[in-house]
Design a protein around this ligand. Structure first.
Ligand code: SF4
Length: 354
């Protein structure tokens, strides 16, 4: 065992956070938590994890659930493809492995939807296989520990970090080692103002010894994030029902419902955008009555200003041309459907009128 891994494990055993997926660790708890924690902070994921474990205590419960129910429970956690893909993955586990999550890295990798990171996490944390797990926290710790000043997003640097962690891993306690390294990144070696005075491997750390912790990990600057104005219509029919559309599974936010609309084109005002989108994508004519307050929302690669109007249906039979399904629903049923976050903020405004 290296000095570094021994120091990390000893620190972890004294300082680890009490997290629900660590109690009576199972492969299903680990798989679910690892998927939820991708691009999501622990405090955000915690209530979702508890809710999901209550509703889906086993892989089988999750696999046989309806996708709409899963997406509704996932609502607010973001990156919805994770929920859809996990659903498909669990169905494959049921079909190919009789509902048992495989207990080794190679078999886990055979399942569509489980990549090297998740396979390493499940096989090492649950089944104690010697596989290094490299997530964003680990990349940060290693880049500081070894003073790596090249861009950590390049595949060459990622490969180098993987090799370093492979060389550090304690093959007698691989799960503990992986958890301790990830935990150090999450709680001590934080992105800003790392708590170096509390760090068990400070004496080995190049960034600390050279006072470069605030400059590492190095990431090349991102291009400016594009901004879009999205015009959408909250359109009622003669029965007072509202029109909603389901996004296709293969699109961003796939499987979620939304109010129809789309991106503003050059030279259009937002009302023209909404009229055009309804004619092109739903095949109906509408009358717009009143605007709601715009809603700003940031996704990972772009930002939007969601500019909605309420209005009424005038003519034409609605068709799902760009969406996978459309429905007229009672306005008070909006809570029964999974919507993206920005639409959900809009629903809060809509419901003030009802
Ligand atoms: Fe991170 Fe500071 Fe520890 Fe280095 S000494 S690994 S920068 S917390």
């Amino acid at each position: 065992m290296t000095t570094i891994s021994a120091a990390l494990i000893s620190w972890f055993e004294r300082n680890k956070r009490d997290l629900p997926w660590r109690n009576d660790r199972t492969a299903w708890k680990t798989l679910l938590s690892e998927i939820m924690l991708q691009q999501t902070r622990v405090d955000q994921a915690l209530p979702y994890f508890e809710k999901f474990m209550l509703r889906f205590p086993t892989v089988l419960d999750f696999a046989k659930a309806d996708q709409d129910e899963i997406l509704l429970l996932w609502e607010g956690l973001g990156y919805y493809s994770r929920a859809r893909n996990l659903h498909k993955t669990t169905q494959l586990i049921v079909e190919q492995f009789d509902g048992e999550i495989p207990d080794n890295y190679e078999s886990l990798l055979l399942i569509k939807g489980i990549g090297p990171y998740t396979a390493a996490a499940v096989s090492s944390l649950v089944f104690n296989e010697s596989r290094a797990v490299v997530d964003g926290n680990v990349i940060r710790v290693i880049s500081r520990l070894y003073g790596i000043d090249e861009d950590v997003k390049t595949s060459a640097v990622k490969k180098r970090i993987q090799e370093i962690v492979d060389s550090l891993i304690d093959s007698t306690k691989p799960g503990l080692f992986n958890e301790s390294l990830m935990e150090l990144g999450a709680t001590i070696c934080k992105p800003k103002n790392p708590l170096c005075s509390e760090c068990p491997i400070q004496h080995e750390c190049v960034a600390f010894s050279q006072a470069r912790t605030e400059y590492l990990p190095y990431k090349a600057k991102k291009a400016k994030v594009p901004q879009h104005r999205i015009g959408i219509g909250v359109i009622l029919n003669q029965l007072g029902e509202v029109l909603i559309a389901k996004r296709p599974d293969d699109k961003m936010l796939g499987g979620l419902w939304e109010f129809p609309g789309g991106k503003q084109e050059k030279g259009e005002d937002i009302e023209t955008t909404i009229h055009r989108e309804f004619e092109e994508e739903i095949g109906i004519k509408i009358k717009l009555i009143k605007p709601y307050s715009p809603i700003k929302h940031a996704y990972s690669h772009f930002k939007i200003s969601l500019e909605a109007w309420n209005g009424t249906w005038i003519s034409g039979e609605p068709k799902a041309k760009e969406s996978s399904e459309i429905r007229w629903i009672p306005i008070h049923d909006l809570d029964k459907y999974a919507f993206p976050k920005a639409n959900r903020k809009l629903i809060e405004q809509i419901m003030k009128d009802f």
